[in-house]
Design a protein around this ligand. Sequence first.
Ligand SMILES: Cc1cc2nc3c(=O)[nH]c(=O)nc-3n(C[C@H](O)[C@H](O)[C@H](O)COP(=O)(O)OP(=O)(O)OC[C@H]3O[C@@H](n4cnc5c(N)ncnc54)[C@H](O)[C@@H]3O)c2cc1C
Length: 471
Amino acid sequence: MSTATPLPSTSAGRHAIVYGGSTAGLSAAGVLSRHFERVTLVERDRFENAPHPRKGAPQASHVHGLLTRGMNVLCEVFPGFQEDLKAAGSIFMDMTGDFAWCMGGLWRPRIQSGIYFYSQSRLLLEWVLRQRLHALPNVRVLDGREVTGFLTSADKARVTGVQLQAPGGGQEESLEAELVVDASGRGSRTPQWLEALGYPRVEETHIHVDVVYASRLFRAPPGFSADWKMMNIAPEFPRERQGAVIQQIENGHLLVSIAGWLGTQPPLDDAGYVEFTRSLSQPHIHEVLEHAEPLGPINVFRFSHNQRRHYERMPRFPEGLAPVGDAFCSFNPIYGQGMTTGALQAQALGGCVRQGLGGLSQRYRQQVGQLLAVPWSMATSGDLRFPEVEGKRPPAFGLTSWYGDRFQQLASHDEEALRTFVRVMHMLESPAALFSPRLILKTLTSRPTAADLERKPEPPFAPAAAREQAA
Ligand SMILES: Cc1cc2nc3c(=O)[nH]c(=O)nc-3n(C[C@H](O)[C@H](O)[C@H](O)COP(=O)(O)OP(=O)(O)OC[C@H]3O[C@@H](n4cnc5c(N)ncnc54)[C@H](O)[C@@H]3O)c2cc1C
């Protein structure tokens, strides 16, 4: 456990409640512990003191990458968090040097980008985060308890706490607080509960993509010695509708997620799963899986639609309530933005609390509305490339999509373009950086060389002799 000293605190109030103990809730509780005398984190599941799967976070058995911006925020909230992850077995990697990344049939250059990434299971990430929260003296964790409704002031203008129950029934309890944070995920019942209190129904934007993830854990095969720590065989939108990621994670394990869009369903049987990887545009993941030992079942997650709740547009909203994470906005997971935007929302909430509790919910909703604009447009502009995906295309969508394709080709051989793209993807820079005059010129004029077209990862196995020895 890291001993780094947290940032100085300011006292804004006596008690805050966060309900939902997944990554957004843990981030928010960490932030609020600096500003409230006491924070209570309520989670429906029972937490185990180990990185084990739990019912309330079924996505945790699928590949999860925490973008560098998100990591930076979590390290501010929990100083030394990266060191804790490393100590727990996370694999440290350079986002281009150690990442074999194929897009549109072209493998990107393996340069050092200086953008670092930690590769581990989502189970490990959440467990390390939870340990950091448990170590805070003013945070109480109430697991095995479900929030079933809000307590309010008589005029219903303020949320003053929550009602709790053990899942499935039992004695109801009331818990009062000056701030209630809903981190209960995309199935959050805040829209219904607010409506029952007489507030208008929050507007929602849905963009349907029907993405199916099928993920499995493997033991690395004998002799496995890849020159990458993570590999992504990404689809070329909108022509291809399937892709796969393989990731080296803790304990010498390999985690594989394959994804299909809009009706392309990865097979869920043992042989079909491995065979499916043969149908990808590149053979490399298939070559590994042919020899790797499966360590568990194939886990499936069906993600129907991007979902944005426009709380920022509500003309009336109670004081004392703030939704964070997927409860506010949930993105197509392939863009890897969920945990980072949850952490950014928690950070924004901390900033609003510092300005005082009066008018907090209004300030916070406006800030999050603005903060979500870029990640939402990055995620949905990919999804809207598919002609059958319904949704309003922004002005000049055809032109920006064309430029985006050309830029991806440039990033397959131009180091400046690749570094810029990675910085934008990790939310370290605005997407405007992709449109600098130099990059526009290169995008329009530069072409890959024969060497660029031939670039590919080394075979993932040591020569036969070394393999026999390892076996
Ligand atoms: C297949 C898949 C892959 C993904 N990959 C990535 C990735 O690579 N990178 C990334 O950043 N994001 C990824 N995401 C998104 C990411 O998982 C979420 O954005 C992230 O977990 C934040 O979610 P959350 O904490 O808001 O909600 P959730 O993770 O949904 O957690 C909600 C929590 O609230 C609890 N809860 C619910 N109701 C109540 C209640 N009434 N009372 C008490 N507790 C309650 C639940 O038990 C649960 O613990 C992926 C998602 C999926 C589905």
